[in-house]
Design a protein around this ligand. Structure first.
Ligand SMILES: Cc1cc2nc3c(=O)[nH]c(=O)nc-3n(C[C@H](O)[C@H](O)[C@H](O)COP(=O)(O)OP(=O)(O)OC[C@H]3O[C@@H](n4cnc5c(N)ncnc54)[C@H](O)[C@@H]3O)c2cc1C
Length: 392
């Protein structure tokens, strides 16, 4: 593992930090992004903020310059994401486009698709969603049943998708649909299509989560026409296209690293204030949590070193995802033990540390062992691909 950054990378960090100090809509190092009661207001704020960042060239720095990026490497991207998180900036509102759809289009899209979609992903002019999971196809994604029937000039798509994050705000969705129902399920028969979320036949129904917010949705597709030029990759090659999307979903995670480093600092401060350090069991839990965050940093750095040498992320992505999600759930459980009797309280309640932010965060991170492929599935992948265990 090589932990040294170059003079150019440090210059980039300093340039971006200066930009953030001048342009953040809150005070750098002190303030926090505004909190809105309505998710639509959060999204509107996020679009403006991402637009400002993109017009200064700070979104998608690894993307080619012709599509709005800077053509930089993985380490430079790591620096930018790290600085954003240190400034307490919210996650990009267009993160599905930036992190999943963009890299997929760069790998498999036509020149026309790249020119049409990529710059608007960076500027948040258009938001995207990922139309993969279905009520009966989550872990076993290859069993999906949404159908795309060839018609003149394109396809007619019918089916039901679920857990589609931000679909209610999305303009486009990257969808997997079955074009050949008789093909063996993992080989041919699935095609990747770009669906216009404003097209006739698309119905989006928000689903409320335990946090009280409705970030994800059910999406019904009823004979939705998709022009042939919106197919990504060849017909029947959707499984390969999906492989690109899913592998980028589990890569290095500088944002979660900074967030968890900030969480542990805040938790230690809180524990000192409320006397939790006097309890030997809590002291042990806090020491464990701090150690785990440090180990997560080392995992990230090891993966980053490989990535910067041009080595493919491989099954290591599964180990990283497994590690951070379980670390996060344990850290949040420790936070609940530290806040003790306040743990069942919610925003607005008296004597509630951080006005319910810890409880909301605990609920939110319960999902971390489910999204981007459940932890059971990651263990299976590691067992088969790293340990060489027989396939189940
Ligand atoms: C916050 C959040 C956001 C999401 N956003 C999106 C999105 O934007 N787009 C999208 O397409 N999807 C999204 N998802 C869906 C996510 O990808 C699926 O929830 C996930 O893949 C699991 O699928 P499932 O929910 O159908 O569970 P299932 O696959 O039904 O699994 C149920 C349980 O059985 C276990 N299990 C299943 N198969 C096996 C096996 N072979 N071996 C061992 N255990 C097994 C699982 O680990 C799990 O514990 C999101 C999910 C969450 C929680």
């Amino acid at each position: 593992m090589d932990l040294r950054t170059t003079a150019e990378q440090e210059a980039l960090r300093s340039e971006f930090r200066t930009w953030l100090m001048e342009h953040l809509p809150w005070t750098y190092g002190e303030g926090l992004p505004p909190r809105f009661d309505d998710l639509a207001d959060t999204v509107a704020f996020g679009r403006r903020w991402q637009g400002d960042l993109a017009s200064a060239g700070w979104v998608g720095v690894t993307w080619p310059e012709e599509f709005g990026g800077r053509g930089l490497g993985a380490l430079e991207n790591y620096v930018v994401i790290e600085e954003l998180a240190r400034a307490r900036a919210p996650e990009f509102v267009g993160r599905i486009g930036i992190n999943l759809v963009g890299p997929t289009l760069l790998a498999h899209g036509t020149e026309e698709q790249k020119r049409r979609f990529l710059p608007r992903i960076l500027s948040a002019q258009e938001l995207w969603c990922q139309l993969f999971s279905e009520p009966d196809a989550g872990s076993d994604l290859a069993s999906l049943s949404t159908r795309a029937v060839a018609t003149e000039g394109g396809y007619l798509v019918t089916g039901r998708k679920v857990w589609t994050s931000y679909a209610q705000f999305a303009d486009w969705g990257l969808c997997l649909a079955r074009t050949d129902p008789d093909a063996p399920k993992r080989q041919l028969g699935i095609t990747a299509l770009v669906i216009d979320l404003h097209a006739e036949g698309v119905v989006v129904r928000p689903l409320v989560q335990s946090t009280g917010e409705a970030e994800f949705n059910e999406v019904e597709l009823d004979d939705v026409f998709v022009p042939a030029e919106q197919r990504v990759g060849a017909q029947g090659e959707g499984w390969t296209v999906a492989g690109s999307t899913l592998s980028t979903e589990r890569g290095i995670n500088p944002r979660q690293l900074v967030i968890h480093s900030q969480l542990i600092e805040e938790l230690l401060r809180l524990a000192e204030e409320n006397g939790s350090f006097d309890n030997w069991r809590l002291r042990q839990q806090l020491a464990q949590a701090a150690t785990e965050v440090r180990l997560f940093q080392l995992h990230n750095w090891r993966s980053l070193t490989r990535l910067s040498k041009g080595e493919a992320p491989g099954p290591e992505g599964s180990a990283l995802k497994l590690y951070w999600s379980e670390m996060s759930k344990r850290l949040h459980q420790t936070a609940m033990d530290v806040i003790g009797t306040a743990s069942p309280l919610w925003q607005g309640a008296p004597d509630n540390p951080a006005d319910g932010a810890w409880q909301r965060s605990w609920l939110y991170y319960q999902a971390s062992s489910i999204f981007a492929g459940t932890n059971e599935i990651q263990r299976t992948l590691l067992g088969e691909r790293v340990l060489g265990l027989p396939r189940g």
